[in-house]
Design a protein around this ligand. Structure first.
Ligand SMILES: [Zn+2]
Length: 586
């Protein structure tokens, strides 16, 4: 029952956000055991240095004599040589309310193994056991995790196991007074675990999630990759995030995503993380087999793992019968709009965006829209273009679905990592034609992808118009509106005026020489106010006016000419349903 590597974890002080952990190693390295903690968590490509939250560390032998510890690096420790078993005790500060870390207070506890479990160097491949104890202050709490249960009641604390360290850190744990909505998909038990107040329709949530899960389980076919599945969901006012794991996902969603106008965004997030069960958790790049968790692990393939997943997340809502073709095209238009609104797409290639995720996509500054392109959104447009290319060139006998089926069979089920050109080679072998031109352009150039031409061949017209207002992210045609003039910058109301948070290349503010961080205090001699900005620019028209702004504490004057809003908002219209031929159900 208890493995030779065993962890005891208990929420020790809820008010101080501390987990107590004891690690017992039966057979430590005779030359002195090394221990380490990951610097990042798979699926979230940023060095997070989880060891910074490890408070203290002590070790003792079987007779309770202290074992000396030497620190070798920011997240690696060396124990003095000793006979087993050796016991290591430490404390973890858990106050990161995100899907990537650990969090503990009087309302609930959550942790990823990457935050709390020290790895036993040289024995990472060994099976481990984990005893998770309820906090003394909250003995009634429940527990939810995809870890294999050895003892304890369902939803109770108890003893769990994992086949190796990689599995141990791939099963997040939620504890508290949560709500569980259980349903089956293809006979597999699924649980939506909800922590936090919400207004969701429980029966609808179960029905809609079951439809999405069944559609994806049937898409990839048997054998299914897990026997049970958990959506561990934290509901708060405004947080947003999701992280995929092998039989669960950790989600953080804003309260009002669970009902109302944004409900589809919640379903799309669930669909996205669920698709990762195959695409990145099992079909994965060579560079992730195994994960190198002490430093950045670069790959130019994130476009395939996040982009293809982003393409299918919405498409699966349509295939599951939850949205019609028009509503699907509205969501696709939003993706096309996001790409069109990134001047950085003309600067950074998709391959570079993937490779540099660690220092660019995950560390965005005020210049990010001008300098980078998202491997999620442009990756999704590339997946769309690849799908439509395969459909058209094969006279609708092939699609991206066939590429995914091949990847699952040849790579996912055999735990073989994909090479940088695997997706191209598979598509070419299925089609019997080279696709060098398409892949080179899509991955290594900054040219726009041929979405418009490909969509037209499937009977869908793509046009770009100016955004009607700040909330217009594209969709089906709106009624015509008067031309809108803009600064070409992201701005917000600030003390004394309007603060520019981002200045987009090619816009009016850029042409005037304004910079991110500038505080505009007056436009054309009038006090600048965010709430009146659109109306003031419309009234000024396309003529040059003076703008006064503070850069740091120095007042500067700029000559600004409001410019028409760029044609960056995608509109998709089905012009000939007969050409869809199975891509969408009209
Ligand atoms: Zn993802």
């Amino acid at each position: 029952m208890i493995a030779a590597i065993h962890y005891d974890i208990k929420p020790a002080e809820l008010g101080r956000h501390l987990f107590d952990v004891t690690l017992t190693i039966e057979e430590p390295d005779a030359a002195g055991q090394q221990l380490w903690l990951p610097a990042w968590i798979p699926g979230s490509y940023l060095i997070r240095d989880f060891a910074k939250h490890l408070q203290w560390l002590e070790a003792s032998d079987e007779d309770d004599n202290p074992v000396a510890i030497q620190k070798l690096g920011k997240a690696r420790w060396q124990l003095a040589p000793c006979e087993g078993p050796v016991r290591v005790r430490y404390q973890i500060y858990a106050w990161d309310l995100s899907v990537r870390g650990a969090h503990l207070d009087e309302t609930h506890g959550f942790f990823n193994g990457t935050s709390v479990f020290l790895a036993v160097a040289g024995q990472e491949g060994e099976a481990v056991s984990v005893a998770i104890q309820a906090p003394l202050e909250a003995p009634h709490w429940q527990l939810a995790t995809g870890l294999s249960r050895i003892s304890g009641e369902p939803w109770g604390f108890g003893l769990f196991s994992a086949c190796d360290y990689d599995a141990l850190i791939d099963h997040p744990v939620e504890m508290g007074d949560f709500e569980v909505l259980s349903f089956e998909a293809c006979g597999i038990p699924h649980h939506l675990v909800l922590t936090g107040h919400h207004y969701g329709d429980k029966e609808k949530l179960k029905r809609d999630l079951a439809a999405i899960c069944e559609t994806q389980l049937n898409f990839f076919g048997t054998p299914h990759p897990f026997a049970e599945y958990w959506f561990l969901t934290m509901v708060t006012a405004d947080s947003y995030g999701g992280l995929e794991h092998r039989n669960s996902t950790a989600l953080m969603v804003p309260r009002y995503l669970l009902n109302g106008a944004e409900y589809l965004d919640f379903l799309a997030l669930c669909s996205h993380e669920y698709f990762h069960n195959w695409n990145v958790k099992r079909i994965k790049p060579q560079a992730f087999l195994p994960y190198q968790l002490d430093k950045e692990s670069h790959s130019i393939q994130l476009w395939a793992y996040e982009g293809i997943t982003s393409y299918y997340d919405d498409l699966m809502l349509h295939r599951a019968g939850l949205i019609d073709a028009g509503a699907y095209l509205d969501r696709l238009a939003t993706t096309l709009t996001r790409v069109a609104r990134s001047p950085g797409r003309l600067v950074q290639s998709l391959a570079d965006s993937s490779f540099d995720a660690w220092t660019k996509f995950y560390q965005q500054d005020e210049n990010a829209p001008n300098a980078i392109v998202s491997y999620y959104t442009k990756g999704a447009v590339m997946a769309l273009c690849l799908d439509l290319t395969l459909r058209l060139r094969s006279e609708h006998s092939l699609s991206l679905d066939d590429v995914m089926a091949h990847l699952w069979e040849a790579y996912g089920q055999t735990a073989t990592g994909t090479a940088d050109d695997s997706h191209q080679r598979i598509a070419e072998s299925l089609l019997g034609e080279p696709l060098d031109a398409f892949f080179n352009q899509a991955l290594h150039s900054t040219e726009d992808l041929p979405a418009q031409k490909l969509l037209a061949a499937l009977g869908v017209e793509l046009t770009f118009k100016a955004a009607a207002d700040d909330s217009d992210n594209g969709g089906r045609p709106h009624k015509p509106r008067p031309e809108r003039l803009t600064l070409g910058a992201k701005s917000l109301e600030a003390d004394g005026g309007i603060k520019l948070s981002q200045v987009l290349h090619g816009g009016a503010a850029d042409a005037a020489g304004l910079a991110a961080g500038d505080l505009i205090v007056a436009i054309d001699g009038l006090r600048a106010r965010q709430s009146l900005l659109a109306r003031q620019l419309a009234a000024i028209g396309q003529r040059q006016v003076e703008v006064h702004a503070f850069r740091r504490d120095e007042l500067m004057t700029f000559e600004l000419t409001p410019a028409p809003a760029p044609l960056d908002t995608a509109v998709l219209t089905i012009s000939d349903p007969s050409l869809l031929k199975g891509w969408l159900e009209a």
